[in-house]
Design a protein around this ligand. Structure first.
Ligand code: ADP
Length: 398
């Protein structure tokens, strides 16, 4: 049986089909791809059969309806649509209502739509994708898997901000956290690798991609995370500022900058791009090696912030069994891992430079701390889409 996973953003639709041959079997990818430039002047469809080369067709993509039509075509062309039993959708914000993957009904879709004010950049396109997909595959069950759900175990002392209670009650102002599917997956994978029950472990997981967040996990439950009401908080990201004095916003608006422009800059022109002129760590590392001070500063601000969160979470957890790096930067940039771990030797963290330099988590988790040292430092490849597929099958089969 096969499951289609859709991740619909404002200008793109990512898709991947997974297959499972028997009830106990693992999921494996059949085809993956991306439709980009949705609603823009130029667009493209990419199709990558598992183990094969990517085919790209440049073409305009008018809207999400057209994008889903192109996904349907790509699946039909590769034969990946045979035996589809369900569709899983990534939804960024589930608010306080959605604490687990949920079967989509008209009522559930309407409720996700109502959460749009909490995630104006993320939930509306996801709802558009869900609506179109439910029309296209009307006879299949559709399941929403929420980035926020894993963090609904955080206690009030963690998720409440020190603001008046009516801001929380009336406006939903609280910390939610995101990337939950990734933090949950890598925590489970780390426990299996360490051959210890997840229930016994204190972990800090670092999801360092274009978006980035840290998570403190005790006994398999999220107890704190660096993103907040929105995915703008916490670590320095590709284009997002992360933590910032809210006074900066008032200062700029009072000085004449439009509020919408402040929001745009904090989301799309800050972080690594704002400081160093590029959001790709590879570009920044090579510029820094050539003496570019701005690129060096961007990397230093990023890694300092990560170290601060590791220290804070170690204090919060009362100790640490493993620190886990994942996502694009976490999985591939040995220098970032070294700049995070090496200055934290006084907290007991140690790096095996040889293992760190060669870590490739493609075939499974890799230990980059010396053998026998606790906390272990691990590199684990995240698997958000496969986790969404597994969650979707679990709902459909109950
Ligand atoms: P997204 O959040 O878009 O899914 P990814 O998890 O794919 O992002 O991470 C993307 C980022 O990972 C890139 O912007 C780049 O900074 C970093 N990255 C990817 N590959 C490498 C690499 N080989 N070396 C260093 N950094 C890398």
């Amino acid at each position: 049986m096969r499951v289609l996973v859709l991740n619909t953003g404002s200008s793109s639709v990512k898709y991947e089909v997974f297959t499972r041959s028997d009830a106990a079997g693992d999921l494996s990818s059949v085809v993956s791809g991306l439709v980009e430039g949705v609603g823009e002047t130029s667009g493209a469809v990419h199709v990558t059969p598992a183990g094969g080369a990517t085919e790209t067709e440049e073409r305009p993509v008018a809207d999400h309806d057209a994008a889903l039509g192109l996904v349907v075509d790509a699946l039909a062309r590769t034969g990946a649509d045979e035996d589809l039993v369900a569709v899983g959708h990534r939804v960024v914000h589930g608010g306080e209502d959605f604490t687990a993957p949920t079967l989509l009904t008209d009522e559930v879709v309407a409720r996700i739509d109502e959460l749009a004010p909490l995630a104006p950049l993320h939930n509306p396109p996801a709802v558009a994708g869900i609506r179109v997909a439910r029309r296209r595959w009307g006879d299949l069950p559709h399941v929403a898997v929420f980035d926020t759900a894993f963090h609904t175990t955080m206690p009030p002392a963690v998720y409440r901000y020190a603001v008046p209670e009516d801001w929380y009650r009336e406006h939903g102002v609280r910390r939610f956290g995101f990337h939950g599917t990734s933090h949950r997956y890598v925590a489970g994978a780390a426990a299996r690798f360490l051959d210890q029950p997840l229930e016994d472990l204190r972990l800090v997981t670092l999801h360092l991609g274009n978006g980035a967040s840290a998570c403190a996990i005790a006994g398999g439950r999220s107890v704190d995370t660096s993103m907040g009401l929105s995915p703008l908080a916490g670590l320095v990201m590709g284009t997002r500022s992360g933590d910032l004095d809210p006074g900066v916003v008032f200062h700029l608006v009072r000085g004449g900058t439009d509020l919408a422009e402040v929001e745009r800059v904090l989301n799309r022109a800050s972080g690594l791009v704002g400081l160093g002129g590029a959001n790709d760590v590879r570009v920044l590392r090579s510029a820094a090696a050539d003496g570019d001070g701005d690129a060096r500063l961007a990397l230093d601000v990023m890694t300092r912030r990560i170290r601060q969160y590791v220290g804070a979470y170690l204090a919060e957890l009362g100790g640490l069994d493993a620190l886990v790096f994942t996502a694009g930067i976490g999985e591939h940039d040995a220098a970032t891992r070294a700049e995070v771990v090496e200055p934290l030797g006084h907290l007991g963290l140690r790096l095996d430079p040889e293992a760190n330099g060669h870590a490739d988590a493609g075939d499974g988790p890799v230990r980059i701390s010396p053998p026998g040292v606790t906390p272990a430092v691990l590199v684990v490849a995240t698997a958000e889409e496969a986790t969404i597929a597994a969650d979707t099958l679990a709902i459909v089969e109950t």
